[in-house]
Ligand binder design. Structure first.
Ligand SMILES: Cc1cc2nc3c(=O)[nH]c(=O)nc-3n(C[C@H](O)[C@H](O)[C@H](O)COP(=O)(O)OP(=O)(O)OC[C@H]3O[C@@H](n4cnc5c(N)ncnc54)[C@H](O)[C@@H]3O)c2cc1C
Length: 438
């Protein structure tokens, strides 16, 4: 069997590795337009934080590791067209016949028409190695940087640049940052830290109309101009728009339509990762979930289904965990702000507890649940202690339709340095204040 995979990132590589295990005799080839495989999308920031010695070390897999698994990697090669009727693809280097084709060409951020598109020195995004390498010197030398978009990537970038003593202008169209994952009331302690940063200037409810470059970059906002040494965009990602995608049925946002088994409208062609919509496990609809864990799992499930429909892809819950400005932030599932998208009435609970018996750092918790059944639908966590891992337990509870009473009985470890007497999920339904003494 001849398997071709387009895109050597999380979805494509996880698919290739799992396919290698399932089909030992298959010939597996990955086609990647960049010059290296497996670069971490936040690799530039991690390098600037001295977490890696070289920028090129910020990878989750290497070409060598793939080749050791007999996975053939073709770098600097771009898929130009697909011919599903002939089981053929065309790249800038030739035509290939496939038995199974997996489209894993992911997403990009270059969606803004802000006037600098023809400037060769400027690249707004740093998602892949080539882009990160291209802008590295400019980022390092910049004393001031404007960031357009205060989602997870924008907030992480702002935190990194502020730590590096740069002046940061953070511009966001919504009225608070991280709006996809958190309710505004829940973020109050975090927002108050942001306000105290002397080098951070926040522009909320603000859209960028144009960016011009003279000696510095001039960012025109509604009614004011911000001047900075560099500008990056960390706005929403979108599927890579390429001519070949038109060969498949698409959603209105240009994601490729797939069935439960990740098959596209063309026989023997699958699509995975940031190219597709997936079921959002607590809403009866599919949504765009551009996240690494989602991409990786979808790659694995596509590999499972290459020969016949074996395993349905179950989608995700938009689970995130991050650290910025000294705070650990995590979220999964539904937030109160999007209650209108849920079919039934919801309720929420806010509570706090110390991280452990020896570390009294507060963990702020908010849960969203279905009012009638008390089924858990979402959880948000915020703390200066590392509580991130707890969000994965909450995600598992939501996936398993657990109610607050059932969670009260959920088994967790206790160790005085690392836990409280009861874990946040155990205690949601313990109403009485005196039982909340710990
Ligand atoms: C700055 C930033 C930070 C992020 N941090 C996180 C995070 O911490 N956690 C998280 O969960 N998510 C994060 N994300 C989102 C995450 O990057 C994506 O969800 C994930 O990379 C999707 O993986 P993928 O394999 O589907 O696609 P991608 O990672 O987009 O990879 C697609 C690959 O296909 C290649 N390609 C595209 N078109 C072609 C073509 N025509 N021919 C050949 N090759 C092609 C591309 O070069 C690329 O290597 C971040 C995103 C950004 C922009």
């Amino acid at each position: 069997m001849e398997i071709y995979i387009i895109g050597a990132s999380f979805a494509g590589i996880s698919c290739a590795l799992h396919a290698r295990k399932l089909y030992p005799n298959a010939k597996i080839t990955i086609i990647e337009k960049n010059t290296m495989v497996g670069f971490l999308p936040g690799g530039l920031l991690l390098y600037l934080q001295n977490k890696f010695e070289k920028l090129s070390d910020a990878v989750f897999v290497t070409e060598k590791q793939l080749e050791a698994q007999s996975i053939n990697v073709k770098l600097s090669e771009v898929l130009l067209d697909c011919h599903p009727e002939k089981h053929e693809i065309t790249t800038n280097k030739g035509n290939y016949h496939y038995d199974k084709l997996i489209l894993a060409s992911g997403s990009e951020q270059k969606s803004m028409n802000i006037g600098l598109e023809d400037d060769d020195e400027w690249d707004p995004s740093f998602k892949n190695y080539d882009l990160s390498n291209k802008i590295l010197d400019q980022i390092q030398n910049a004393e001031s940087i404007a960031i357009i978009g205060a989602g997870q990537a924008g907030i992480e970038a702002a935190s990194t640049f502020v730590d590096l003593k740069k002046t940061v202008h953070l511009i966001e169209a919504m009225d608070y940052p991280l709006f996809k994952y958190f309710d505004p009331d829940f973020l109050v302690p975090f927002l108050s830290t942001l306000k105290q940063q002397p080098n951070l200037y926040f522009y909320l409810n603000t859209t960028v109309t144009e960016v011009a470059k003279d000696k510095q970059y001039e960012i025109l906002l509604d009614g004011q101009t911000v001047v900075s040494d560099y500008v990056i965009t960390t706005v929403n990602v979108h599927p890579q728009l390429a001519a070949f995608t038109k060969k498949f049925q698409l959603h209105s946002d240009n994601t490729i339509q797939v069935n439960d088994y990740l098959e596209t409208s063309a026989k023997d062609v699958f699509a995975v990762g940031d190219l597709i919509h997936s079921p959002f496990q607590i809403r009866d609809e599919s949504v765009y979930l551009p996240q690494i864990n989602h991409a990786t799992r979808s790659g694995v499930i596509a590999a499972e289904n290459l020969l016949k429909q074996e395993v349905k892809f179950t989608g995700g819950l938009r689970t995130i965990g991050t650290k910025a400005f000294g705070w650990y932030l995590a979220s999964t599932g539904l937030i109160e702000e999007e209650a209108f998208v849920y079919k039934n009435e919801i309720a929420v609970k806010n509570f706090t507890q110390p991280f452990s018996l020896t570390d009294k750092t507060t963990i702020y918790c908010k849960v969203v649940y279905e009012k009638s059944s008390e089924r858990l639908l979402g959880m948000q966590l915020l703390s200066k202690a590392d509580c991130l891992e707890k969000i994965n337990t909450a995600a598992l509870a939501i996936e398993n339709n657990m109610t607050l009473d059932e969670l009260m009985q959920n088994d967790h470890f206790f160790q005085a340095e690392f836990t409280n007497v009861m874990e946040p999920l155990n205690r949601i339904n313990l109403e009485s204040e005196d039982r909340h003494a710990f």
